[in-house]
Structure formats: structure tokens, C-alpha cells
Design a binder for this molecule. Structure first.
Ligand SMILES: Cc1ncc(C[n+]2csc(CCOP(=O)(O)OP(=O)(O)O)c2C)c(N)n1
Ligand code: SF4
Ligand SMILES: [Mg+2]
Length: 251
């Protein structure tokens, strides 16, 4: 019998502690599949941030450094500069990378640090109970703004990929969604390009994953939470590639 598909064996045989339908599990799997396909398992170090995925090192057999909240890209900068031959990635939520860590994110990308960023945008501070994040959609209800986000009181959401792509440094920037099998395949392809851009020495890779946090969305089921990505989140945050390194540009 031909084996068509299997779980990367460095995803440990531990039950995920995420809520049913949470997008973090899918991103973990894509990460491992890409690392395996690129053959870089022994040379890769992850920097994990604070958020629901804080214990990613419990689920994946890989070297990890635990960063303080928002500072993953500062840790990654040091790790990569001290170990230029290693492949360094950060795994960050929207609260981590674009609220408390906004300065680290913008400056690391502006400096063109040659690392890869997995940015999981689920539009909430999931870990702490569903507070408003910089990426919470207009009108979306959160525990801190139960009446829904309004521009006059809190401003509009930040479109991170668009913002970062105005910086002159070289790298790869893409926004992908996790709501359908086709989108998940595209997400994996984008993540691979983000790692390849680091490995070729050209620059950074930044991938924003539009996911969901079913426990805080409080819809009727995780399935509705996944449909919400296509019906709401990706309407505000358009999918696509926002920056390509020179080697990926058509001449
Ligand atoms: C310095 C500091 N401030 C605040 C917190 C509380 N805190 C923990 S996780 C988190 C937000 C996480 O949100 P996000 O990065 O979007 O990750 P998610 O849980 O949604 O995946 C906050 C505010 C903290 N741990 N440390
Ligand atoms: S609170 Fe949200 S982000 Fe955290 S594990 Fe549950 S569904 Fe996932
Ligand atoms: Mg979040």
C-alpha cells in the first residue's frame, strides 16, 4: 500500500491543549511539514511568544527559545545574528506582534532581519479571554468592547502586511487564510517561500495567517467560526502576496 500522507513525526504524540476548532493546530502542522520538506529540522530554532501558543514547544520536537510578550523579534534578531547559519522563526499572535510588540515587529522588518515570522491573526487576545486586538474587525464584539469595535473610540484595525510592505527592506510578505483546504494549501506554499527567503540569505519572510478563535467568537459551532474567516476576516484583510524577494520576481 502506498502511503500518501502522514503526520510529521516531530509533532509529538501529545494532545493539543487548544480549544476545539482553534487555528493554532493547523499552523503548527504546516510549520512542521514545511520544515521537513526543506530538510532543515536540525538547523531550525523557534522563538515562541506569549499567547495561546506559548507552549508550542510542548507539541513540536524542535529547539525553542521562550520570548517575553511582544519581544519575539528582538530575541530572533539576537539568535540569528549570533547564529547566521541557523534558520530562525518566530511564532506570534496578533496581540503579541501588533499590540505590545508593534515596535519590535516594525523595526525588525525595517532592519531586514533575516528571520521568518508566523503571525497568527485570530482578531483577539485569545489567551487572556477575548479582549480587543489591533486586528479586531469593525463592529466585532470583544470582552473589552462588548458593544463592538467603533472607529471613533478605538480606531480601525491595522492591516499589518500592507503596513510592513511599505518598508524598503527585502523580504517576502503574504497574507493567507486557513478556512478551506485550498486556502490551507496556499498557506503552506506561502510559508515555504517565507522560509526559502531566509535560507537564500535574501531577507525575511512574514506570513499572516487569518485564523479564528472559536471560543471567543462565541458562534454556534467551530464550523461557523471557520466560515466567519471567509465571510468577515478576509473581507477586511485581503489575501495575497505583498512583497517578493528579487529571486521570486518575474523579470
Ligand atoms: C507584559 C505582559 N503583558 C500582558 C500579558 C498578558 N497577555 C498574555 S497573552 C496576551 C495576548 C495574547 O494575544 P495574541 O498574541 O493575539 O495570542 P492568542 O492567544 O490570540 O493566540 C496578553 C495580553 C503578559 N503575559 N505579559
Ligand atoms: S482561546 Fe482562542 S486562540 Fe486560544 S486556544 Fe482557545 S480558540 Fe485557540
Ligand atoms: Mg490573537
Amino acid at each position: 500500500m502506498t502511503e500518501l500522507y502522514k503526520r510529521p513525526d516531530f509533532i509529538l504524540d501529545e494532545p493539543f491543549t487548544y480549544c476545539p476548532g482553534c487555528s493554532h493546530g493547523i499552523v503548527h502542522r504546516l510549520l512542521c511539514e514545511v520544515i521537513d520538506e526543506l530538510g532543515i529540522r536540525g538547523d531550525t530554532v523557534g522563538i515562541c511568544s506569549i499567547g495561546c501558543a506559548v507552549r508550542i514547544w510542548n507539541f513540536i520536537e524542535l529547539d525553542f527559545i521562550q520570548a517575553t510578550h511582544g519581544r519575539a523579534l528582538a530575541f530572533a534578531t539576537g539568535a540569528k545574528r549570533a547564529n547566521p547559519d541557523k534558520c530562525i522563526f518566530t511564532y506570534q499572535g496578533d496581540g503579541d506582534a501588533m499590540s505590545i510588540g508593534t515596535a519590535e515587529t516594525i523595526h525588525a522588518i525595517a532592519r531586514g532581519e533575516k528571520v521568518t515570522v508566523l503571525f497568527v491573526n485570530n482578531t483577539y487576545f485569545g489567551a487572556t479571554g477575548g479582549q480587543l486586538a489591533p486586528t479586531t474587525l469593525p463592529g466585532q464584539k470583544t470582552t473589552t468592547y462588548p458593544e463592538g469595535r467603533t472607529a471613533d473610540r478605538i480606531g480601525n484595525p491595522i492591516r499589518t502586511c500592507e503596513l510592513l510592505s511599505t518598508l524598503d527592506s527585502e523580504g517576502y510578505i503574504a497574507r493567507v487564510a486557513l478556512d478551506t483546504p485550498a486556502h490551507i494549501r496556499q498557506a503552506k506554499a506561502a510559508l515555504k517561500k517565507a522560509f526559502q527567503t531566509q535560507l537564500s540569505g535574501e531577507g525575511y519572510g512574514f506570513v499572516e495567517f487569518l485564523g479564528c478563535c472559536p471560543s471567543n467568537l462565541k458562534l454556534n459551532s467551530p464550523v461557523e467560526a471557520w466560515e466567519w474567516i471567509g465571510n468577515h476576516s478576509s473581507k477586511y484583510f485581503p489575501l495575497g502576496e505583498f512583497k517578493l524577494p528579487r529571486s521570486m520576481q518575474e523579470v
